[in-house]
Design a protein around this ligand. Structure first.
Ligand code: NDP
Length: 325
């Protein structure tokens, strides 16, 4: 068991964490990234990526994350294959975290980039057909369903926004909801109901995703009516599960402010939390945009703010020493 000390401790290894590491390393902060259970984050479970700037051809999510990791290491980041299981925010700075390995990490600044996970229904076929017709991100994958029939499952803001977004690609979008009313904001509901390309199927539970991964992927959904119990099949080429995301903030409960959905609260327009030298970036603080490029952007902001924070501390310390000398 070892103790690792750094000017910048980054927890999480998606686009936000790796970008913070690239900026932090180039600023001489010698960052440590503790990668967590899913090194590379959500993009490692997607396939084609067409909306990350800089690549004319389709690239693969896992490849993009390997490149980001390699770039972060190349400029001087230390990558740790460990998972933080405990963090002490109250008694910092510096902040102390403990890894699954038993190693202790001391960060003079802390960048939280633990991300979020899409919630899944957990029914047969969902996992097998993920990336083969089943997705949790219309902005990422909607383009692949141009002119095809798609379904969106859920009844909150995300589901309604995904359905509206998909009308850019598909003329036949069906929102499937388990109840008879939506949870989404009224203004979004009004837009949904008025849209000529969108149909709503009420009181339907998705019990199975139908189709074979190697034989054309998703073919349809097995539905049960939640009022009558009638079972039916719904044919579609794509299905978008939009039943919410869960931010990975368990570690910080009771230590950092969170909103009602568990996302970390930051000073608007910045990655700053209420604790000095603690920054949050990427999906762990952003339930609205949730894109690789926006996560990378806020990772950059976190690193720049962390660097400024340490520089200010250094300046104040030097001034105090000059006065007492
Ligand atoms: P929500 O928790 O608001 O909604 C989840 C929806 O999925 C609900 O309609 C729920 O049904 C349904 N659902 C949950 N579990 C299941 C399941 N197992 N089977 C079938 N349906 C299920 O999540 P969102 O992602 O929509 O929103 C999260 C937060 O982010 C909210 O605060 C939202 O307002 C915010 N947001 C804001 C946006 C904006 O301002 N533009 C955009 C997107 C999100 P039921 O209603 O029956 O519980």
């Amino acid at each position: 068991m070892a103790t690792h000390e750094t000017k910048m401790l980054i927890i999480g290894s998606g686009p936000a964490g790796y970008t913070a590491a690239i900026y932090g390393a180039r600023a001489g902060m010698e960052p440590i990234v503790v990668q967590g259970l899913q090194p590379g984050g959500q993009l490692t479970i997607t396939t084609d990526v067409e909306n990350y700037p800089g690549f004319r051809d389709v690239i693969q999510g896992p490849w993009l994350m390997q490149e980001m990791q390699a770039q972060a290491e190349h400029v001087g980041t230390r990558m740790m294959w460990d998972t933080i299981v405990e963090v002490d925010i109250a008694n910092g700075p510096p902040y102390r975290a403990v890894g699954d390995s038993g190693d202790v990490y001391i960060g003079h600044t802390l960048v939280i980039a633990t991300g979020a996970q899409a919630k899944w229904l957990g029914v047969p076929g969902e996992q097998e057909l993920s990336g083969k017709g089943v997705s949790a991100c219309a902005t990422c994958d909607g383009f692949f369903y141009r002119g095809k029939k798609v379904a969106v499952i859920g009844g909150g803001n995300t589901a309604v926004e995904e359905a509206l977004y998909l009308t850019n690609h598909s003329d036949d979008v069906t929102l499937i909801h388990r109840r008879g009313e939506l949870r989404a904001e009224k203004i979004l509901q009004d837009r949904l109901f008025a849209h000529p390309k969108i149909t709503v199927l009420w009181n339907k539970r998705v019990d199975e995703f139908l189709g074979q991964p190697l034989q054309g992927g998703l073919k349809g959904l097995k539905l049960t009516d939640t009022v009558t119990n009638e079972v039916s099949e719904f044919a579609c080429d794509g299905a978008f599960v939009a039943i919410g995301h869960a931010p990975a903030t368990e570690l910080f409960k009771g230590q950092l402010e969170m909103d009602d959905s568990g996302y970390l609260v930051v000073e608007p327009g910045t990655p700053k939390t209420a604790r000095p030298g603690v920054f949050a970036c990427g999906d762990v603080m952003d339930h609205t945009y949730r894109q690789a490029v926006t996560a990378a952007g806020t990772g950059c902001m976190a690193a720049l703010d962390a660097e400024r924070y340490l520089a200010t501390l250094e300046f104040v310390k030097n001034e105090a020493e000059a006065v007492t000398a």
